[in-house]
Design a protein around this ligand. Sequence first.
Ligand code: FES
Length: 101
Amino acid sequence: MPFRKLTSRSELPALNTVREFPCGEKTICIANMNGTFSALDNVCLHLGGPLGEGTVEHGKVVCPWHGWQYDPRSGATTHNPNLKVAVYPMKIENGDVLVEI
Ligand code: FES
C-alpha cells in the first residue's frame, strides 16, 4: 500500500497528547508519546470510543469513554495483549505526515 498524506507536521499533537484525523473512510489517531509519534486506528475495541479524543497517560493512549488503555507502539490493550488496534506505518517528509493504510 502506498503512503498517503494524512496531515501537516504543524498539525501533529503536542507532547503526550493525541489527535484524530480523517483518512478516507477511516479516522486515524496520532499519538505523541514523549516525542515519538504513532498512527493508530481511532476506534476503541470496547465500544467504539474515539481514541484520538482521549489522553496519553503513563505512556498509554487512554480512551475517553471508559478508560481502556493502549500501547501506542503495538496497539495492544493493557489488560489483554491479544486485543489490538491497528498501528500504521507513518513518516514525515517535507512537512507532510504520511501514513500507510
Ligand atoms: S469505548 Fe473505549 S473504553 Fe469503552
